[in-house]
Each structure stands twice: as C-alpha cells, then as structure tokens.
Design a binder for this molecule. Sequence first.
Ligand code: UDP
Ligand code: MG
Length: 337
Amino acid sequence: MSDRMSVSVVIPVYNEKDNLPELLERTLKACRGLGRPWELVFVDDGSRDGSSDILAEAARAHAGEVKAVLLYRNCGQHNAILCGFGAAQGDILVTLDADLQNPPEEIGKLVATIDEGFDVVGSVRQDRQDALFRKVFSGAVNLMVRRTTGVRLHDYGCMLRAYRRRVVEAMLECKERHTFIPVLANLFAKRVTEVPVSHAERARGTSKYSVLTLVNLQFDLLTCMTAAPLRIVTWVGICISALSIGFGALLLVLRLVYGPEWAAAGVFTLFAILFFFIGAQFVAFGLMGEYIGRIHADVRERPRYIVDRVVGETLGERRGAHESGHATAHAARSSGN
Ligand code: UDP
Ligand code: MG
C-alpha cells in the first residue's frame, strides 16, 4: 500500500466557515478511500469569519491527517495554494476549492490519472454551475490560453487539479509574485491531460471574486504566460504608422485636387483619426504598464504570504519538525501584494 505515491490535498480557504464542516467530512471520506498515504493541508488565507479556528480545531481533532496553515492576512488564492504546496509533503498534490463547487469525491479519479504517468491532470467542469457571464468570460480566456501556450486544455479556471511533486517543486522555485498556477504548471510538465469532473453550485457564502479582481487575475494569467501581447502591440503600432503614411499621402493629393476649402472641411475627420491613435497609444502604454508593474513587484521581493502558525503534523512529517520554519522561510524570500 505504502509503495503507492502519497497524496496531499491542498485547499485554500477564505471566509468559508459555513462550508467547512461538510467539506472536511466529504474530503476526509474521499481521502480515506484512496488506499494510500495521504494528508489534507488547509491554508487559511487570512479569513475573518472564524474559519481559521475551525481549521485549527480540525487539525487537532484529526492529528496526523489534517494540517492547517494559517496565514496572517489575505494574500490571494494562488499565493495561498503555493504556501500549501510548500507545507505539503505528498508525491501527488491535489488542489480544490473550499466552497464545494469541486466535489472532493473526484480526487480519486485525478490521482488515478497521475498514476497512469501524467505530470499534471486538469479537469473540465461538466455542466458548470456558474453565472453566464463567468462562463462566457472563461470560454474566451481558455481560448486565448490555448492559442498562446499551444497546450490543448479546455478549462484553466477549474482548480480541481493534480500535480506531481516534481512540477510543484519547479513552481515553488518561481519567484514571480503574480501567477496563475494552472498555466505555470504547464511550463514544467511533460505530460498533461484533463478529465471530466462534475461541478456544483457554491454550497454556501458568496464568490470571493468581484468582476474587478477577476479581470486582474486574467492579467496575471496573461502576463505570467507570455510576452506576446507586447509584440502584438508593436505590430499594431507598425501597421497604424504604415496606414497613416498612406493616409497622409491621400490627404495631400485630395488637397491638391480639391483646393484649400476641402482641407478645412476635413478637420473633423482628422480629429477622429487622431483620437483613434491616442486611444491605441493608451492601450499600449497600459499593457506595458501591466508588465512593468509586475517586474516592479518581483524586484521588491516582498513575501508572498506571512504564515501566522501551522497546526498539525501529517504524513509522518518526513522533513522533520522544521516544517513550519520551512514555510515561513519561504515567505521571507518570496512575496506578493
Ligand atoms: N480564496 C482564497 N483567497 C482569496 C479568494 C479565494 O483562498 O483571496 C479561496 C476560496 O475560499 C475558495 C477558492 O479560493 O476556496 C475559490 O474562490 P471562489 O469560490 O470565491 O471563486 P469562484 O468559484 O467564484 O471562482
Ligand atoms: Mg467557487
């Protein structure tokens, strides 16, 4: 039994108090059915609704099975997951959301697929239970990611995923502060696949993402993946310049043909065209700003997260008692805002 790869299930939690009892019960049941060593690592992302107390209590009640890493304040879902990866010890790492949208019962299927030799197993939500605008938005993002990475996955937004330790360790080496884990993982994986999983409505509470934070997250996704948008902007600039040279020549010819009165009447057209170019420049500057902002954040090397405390020891704590020190040390050299 123990020659089978061990599993760490990492769950980020942010103000999910009402979901935790059911989540804990169902996830424990799913893990116990795996037939191999496992641990459950909860990362409390600075909740203010008492979730951290519930998690600390769960770690005490299920000693040896559940670990709770309590972050000092909110630092974002992806940073929380990276923190959980740092504290987890399994050979296979599985992530899922705490709001029960990802059924814990699917963990076994992901683990079995890793066993087949894959490095990363994503999942495709069947009959996704989210607002229409979220689905349309995701569809566009998934298409964009497929085009730019060339990795044929269908659902980057679904966080019910499994990774081999090798891939996770490479991700932990990454110093960037704004990141999108499913896309990052593809950089280091040789064999990637996805399996269909069921999807439920959020059990209780509300989504932690507003439209604005979602848009920010998409910028993280885009910039963590490729510099292609910058190149596109350059090309658009070149095309616009070429067109405007032609347009200038045309105006000159028309001026010569129709005389000076015509030129004065054309002033408004010129304004319209000017505004278009000004708009295009702002888009280009904005996009560059997105990259520069991220470079700035990376140069500062602020900690990604600050661990308040770690409750519970799991999987025999292979790396020994300094595990919580490890998480904090990681915090000291990595960062986020
Ligand atoms: N989450 C987190 N930190 C945050 C925001 C979210 O740890 O700053 C967790 C949240 O508790 C949940 C998961 O990330 O377990 C996904 O969040 P949510 O369900 O709100 O996102 P949605 O399903 O609306 O995309
Ligand atoms: Mg959700």
